[in-house]
Write a new protein. Structure first.
Length: 239
C-alpha cells in the first residue's frame, strides 16, 4: 500500500508537523503533485513550538521556491488534545525523556501515527484527495512500532476498506537514515532548502529555540537532537 512513486498530475495531503522529516516530505510532494495540502495535529505536545514552525516553513517554501508556490494548497490544523491526554508520554506530559533498555522510549505516544492517519484520511476524503504523504521511517524511528512499514500497510488497508477510497500512503523517508534525509533535502532544493530546514524546522523534544547549532535549533542532548546532529555531520562529511 506504500510506494515511492507518484503521479505529477494529482493531489496529495502531507502530514506536516513542522519537523525536519515532514518538511522534506512536503518538498518531495511539491515536486510531484499539482496540488499539495498540509495537515498538522495539535495533540497537546510539550514542544508546541512546532505548530509555529510549520507555518514559517510553508511561508519560507513559498518565498524561496516560486515553482512550488502555485502548488501549495490549503493548510489544516486538527485538534487532538483529547488523544494526547489519553496517550500520555514524555512528549505530552512532564515526564523524563529517556531511552529504556528493553522497552519503548518514554517519548513514544502509543498509536500516534495510526490516529494521525485516521484523521488525515477523513480530511482527505472531504478534500477529494487519495494520496497521503508521511515522514515515517524505519531507519531512525527510535523503536516506534507505528513507524514500521508493516504497521502502515495494515492501517492504509483498513482505511481503504473502511472509507471505500483508494488511498495510497507515500513514505519517501522509510529507508533513509538522518544523513540520507539531509541528502534528500539538498537534492530537492539545494542549500536554500537545507538552510530553511536548519533555521525554521523544529525537532527538539524539549522545544528549545534558544540554541542554534549548524543542524538547527535545539537543546543538543535529547534523542531527537542527537539523531539530527549526527545525521547532519555524517551528510556534510560525505558531501
Amino acid at each position: 500500500m506504500t510506494s515511492s512513486a507518484a503521479s505529477s498530475s494529482s493531489a496529495a495531503l502531507v502530514l506536516f508537523s513542522g519537523g525536519q522529516d515532514s518538511s522534506v516530505c512536503l518538498a518531495w510532494a511539491l515536486q510531484r503533485f499539482e496540488r499539495v495540502e498540509t495537515v498538522g495535529f495539535d495533540y497537546g505536545q510539550r514542544h508546541h513550538v512546532e505548530m509555529t514552525a510549520r507555518l514559517k516553513l510553508r511561508e519560507g517554501l513559498i518565498a524561496a521556491f516560486p515553482e512550488w508556490a502555485r502548488r501549495i494548497g490549503q493548510d489544516h490544523v486538527l485538534d487532538l488534545k483529547g488523544f494526547g491526554a489519553v496517550a500520555e508520554s514524555a512528549l505530552t506530559a512532564d515526564r523524563e525523556i529517556a531511552l529504556r533498555e528493553g522497552a519503548l522510549p518514554t517519548t513514544f505516544v502509543p498509536g500516534r501515527n495510526l490516529v494521525f492517519l485516521v484523521y488525515a484520511a477523513a480530511l482527505a476524503d472531504r478534500r477529494d484527495i487519495d494520496v497521503l504523504v508521511g515522514g515515517m521511517g524505519e531507519a531512525d524511528y527510535s523503536g516506534y512500532p507505528d513507524c514500521r512499514q508493516s504497521t502502515l500497510d495494515a492501517q492504509v488497508k483498513a482505511l481503504t476498506l473502511g472509507i471505500e477510497r483508494p488511498y495510497r500512503l507515500e513514505t519517501p523517508l522509510m529507508l533513509l537514515d538522518k544523513a540520507g534525509i539531509w541528502a534528500l533535502s539538498h537534492e530537492l532544493g539545494g542549500e536554500a532548502l537545507v538552510r530553511l530546514i536548519v533555521e525554521e524546522s523544529h525537532t527538539c523534544y524539549r522545544g528549545d529555540r534558544s540554541h542554534l547549532h549548524p543542524w538547527g535549533y535545539g537543546c543538543g542532548d535529547c534523542p531527537a537532537c542527537d539523531l539530527r546532529a549526527k545525521g547532519y555531520d555524517a551528510w556534510r562529511a560525505a558531501s
